[in-house]
Design a protein around this ligand. Structure first.
Ligand code: GLN
Length: 494
């Protein structure tokens, strides 16, 4: 195929899939194009592992399938390149979860989400940087270096899926997987001006996702458009009863089907707690303008209240560390991962292994988690947090009596400068205030680009839906993207 492939990186997943299907471009040349870009822009720090051999073999297989035509049911993503957050384990690439504990680790199997995307024909470009065990809001907790925001390389791309967001924004991949425990898909998507969705808890299997906080962790796609997210999410979801007991017994859905429903009469709930003092005026202005646009599209804005929004921070930062302290006990130097070189006895081996393998933030959370679960404190902290978690979920159900979707900012500010909050864990935690309530309730949420704030940094708007309303959220986002072009603007130099 001899034609101009120089702008392949500007195509969406949907456009690429069509071009591949129509054989206007081959999977191999597409993969080569993106691999070359990843190399050119390696200084962003987005990729942690690349294996050209593996990628090109997958691409050649995709080309063979494309050449053979439609002998099988057509794979929706045949030949489309994609990269995975390094929290998903993969057989063919190193899987580190951003931790020294797993330096060089090779998994004997693929995560279910990875396998499901492969079933639809995606070609894996590699693994993407993230905060260690997905704990963080700036990607500064990765053991393997910083990730730069392509809009301003002195700023954070957000976290924990910072590598995913930066890679998509810089067009090093048309799409990526992410995971969201307390905002890690939505916040980096917002900071990097891309689109991302965290589905309802249990929609996508957690099998093969290195566990952080099991009652919150969810996988989801990050791409430039809601349409692309719909395509990818359709491939990622579905029950996995044998391997993830919390996966929902809800059949996979084709989320692209309902993308063109008009928004006439749509009731958008505006939680007053999301628009209070802590919200930066530049973010507020962009979100307000987007809400105006929605009114033009026929939606009605309805004031609502999520009265326990502030409590979501202490509640989350008790429950997530509690679960993390339990989940991370598996990294003991015995079964897999790092083991200290020299030790006196078994206990000493555990201690040294864990002292060497974990970074500061992870250790902090293990300590907090062990503390809130310990005898005498369990009732005062953990149990109390669980009760408030339920009340937060109930508040959303009250709100959904008045509205169809909820809208607000994703984060109180645009992306901050790298290093600005790295010595201040609390400042990072506070910045999660708008994403945590939906996570604690297990609701689907997404981030869509709605403009620019201070220093021309992207602003994302959050849309939260009721349980299993991903199709509605994606439609609401898609209609906005058809009327605006924020999602098509790109950072200079990429
Ligand atoms: N910033 C939050 C945390 O540090 C959320 C991370 C996530 O969603 N994985 O826990």
């Amino acid at each position: 195929m001899t034609h101009d492939t120089s702008a392949l990186h500007d195509l969406s997943v949907a456009q690429l899939a069509t071009q591949l299907r129509d054989r206007k471009v081959s999977a191999v040349e597409t993969a080569q194009h993106f691999l070359a870009r990843a190399k050119t822009h390696a200084s962003l720090g987005a990729f942690l592992d690349i294996n050209e051999e593996v990628t090109l073999t997958q691409a050649r297989n995709a080309d063979a399938a494309l050449a053979a035509g439609t002998t099988r049911p057509l794979q929706t993503l045949l030949g489309v390149p994609l990269a995975h957050k390094d929290i998903f384990v993969t057989r063919d690439f190193v899987s580190t979860a951003g931790s020294n504990m797993l330096t060089g680790y090779r998994s004997p199997f693929d995560a279910t989400v990875v396998a499901k995307l492969a079933e639809q024909g995606v070609v894996t470009l590699g693994k993407l940087n993230c905060d260690e065990f997905a704990m963080g809001s700036a990607n500064e907790n990765s053991a393997f270096g910083l990730v730069q925001n392509p809009w301003d390389t002195t700023r954070t791309p957000g976290g924990s899926s910072g590598g995913s967001a930066a890679a998509v924004a810089a067009r090093l991949t048309p799409a990526a997987t992410g995971t969201d425990t307390g905002g890690s898909i939505r916040q980096p998507a917002s900071f990097c001006g891309i689109t991302g969705i965290k589905p309802t808890y249990g929609r996508a299997s957690r099998y093969g996702m290195v566990a952080f906080a099991s009652s919150l962790d969810q996988a989801g796609p990050m791409a430039r458009t809601a349409e692309d997210c719909a395509l990818l999410l359709s491939a990622m979801c579905g029950p996995d009863p044998d391997r993830d007991s919390t996966s929902l017994d809800v059949p996979a859905e084709n989320f692209t089907r309902s993308l063109n429903e008009d928004l006439n009469g749509l009731r958008i709930g505006i939680p007053k707690e999301f628009f209070g003092e802590g919200l930066a005026p530049d973010v507020r202005a962009a979100v307000d303008a987007a809400l105006n646009e929605y009114e033009k599209l026929g939606a009605k804005l309805v004031p609502i209240s999520l009265p326990r929004t502030e409590l979501s921070i202490p509640v989350y930062y008790i429950i997530a560390p509690a679960e993390a302290s339990s989940n991370l006990s598996r990294f003991d130097g015995v079964k897999f991962g790092h083991r200290a070189d020299k030790y006196a006895d078994l206990t000493d081996m555990y201690k040294k292994t864990r002292a060497e393998g974990f970074g500061d933030e992870v250790k902090r959370r293990i300590m907090i988690g062990a503390y809130v679960l310990s005898h005498g404190y369990y009732d005062a902290y953990y149990l109390q947090a669980q009760k408030i978690r339920r009340m937060i979920a109930d508040d959303f159900q009250q709100a959904f009596k008045l509205c169809d979707v909820i809208a607000g900012p994703v984060a109180p500010t645009v992306a901050w400068k790298l290093g600005d909050k790295s010595d201040d864990p609390l400042a990072n935690y506070l910045a999660d205030i708008f994403t945590l309530p939906g996570s604690l309730a297990g609701l689907p949420g997404m981030s869509i680009p709605v403009g620019f704030g201070a220093d021309h940094m992207p602003v994302g708007m959050q849309l939260i839906g009721n349980y299993l309303q991903e199709a509605k959220l994606l439609n609401v986002a898609h209609r906005f993207q058809q009327a605006t072009d924020w999602h098509t603007t790109k950072p200079k130099g990429f």
